[in-house]
Ligand binder design. Sequence first.
Ligand code: SF4
Ligand code: SF4
Length: 316
Amino acid sequence: MKYSILGDSGIKISELCFGVLPMGPLQADIPAKEGAKVILQGLNSGINFLDTAQAYKTYPHIKEALKDYSGEVIIASKSHATGYDEMKEAVFEACREMNRDYIDIFHLHAPREDKNVFQKRAGALSCLIDLKKEGVIRAVGISTHAVEVVEKAADVEEVDVVFPIINKVGLGIIGGTPEDMIKAIKKAHKAGKGLYAMKALAGGYLIKHIEESINYVREIKEIDSTAVGMINSSELTMNLKIFENKKLNQEELDQTKVQRKRLFISRFCEGCGTCVEACPNGALSIRNGKACVDYNLCITCGYCVPQCPVFALRIV
Ligand code: SF4
Ligand code: SF4
């Protein structure tokens, strides 16, 4: 496993970041103890970097994994909080629920926001800056799907880490092509920001081209690490091989042919439109009084799932 320092933050991270989102209730919803075993296996295999979020509800999985681990672990979390106190509560919740004295990286969770995010969420940002001074977090970050936010983050001195979406087909990127995003990534890197990437597999859309797709992101030299969502040992083993520059065998490649997960909308949908607002990718719309998903735009992030008041959405 290759390790590098995340921009000017001084934080040393593994090139493969364990994305914990898919094991939580927004997606596979596996029990904390079961997920913890996979996380622990990842840590024992050289991964030292975990990515989660307040919204993912995976703190119990991480807490359980860390009970049996004494090595150094870097945790990144994030919150949709807008105000100061709300963000403070989110950071302390992360500390409490993962049994940590501090959180290494804490992001403004801002998948669909525009470049005004730093003004709109000035309270939350200022809270992160204060908590960094107090040692409750080590780095201030922003996670985003928008090219213009990555560009803007490069100019915001207090931001240490940027977590952008990037994949070879550009699925989920807001306001530009993969090339535009790479240009913004380069700008942020030049400004000293640490960058790690999300959605190299476009939420499973590129799973049949797993090696090529992950290596596309690994080859962007300004990206220090790539977060890949994993829920079981076989996915972990495959990803470890790719990050160790080994070829997958036929059996492993066959596993990637299993049908990708999809968003399912049940007949109980009442057409309220809440999920449409929640989708960062414009994949949902209301047609004939019901929610409807465009699978060419959906990155199966699951962000819409908890927003439905009648539980009509599931990733299956
Ligand atoms: S439809 Fe739901 S799962 Fe798909 S991209 Fe939008 S928020 Fe994510
Ligand atoms: S939030 Fe639920 S009920 Fe409302 S439109 Fe979406 S799926 Fe239907």
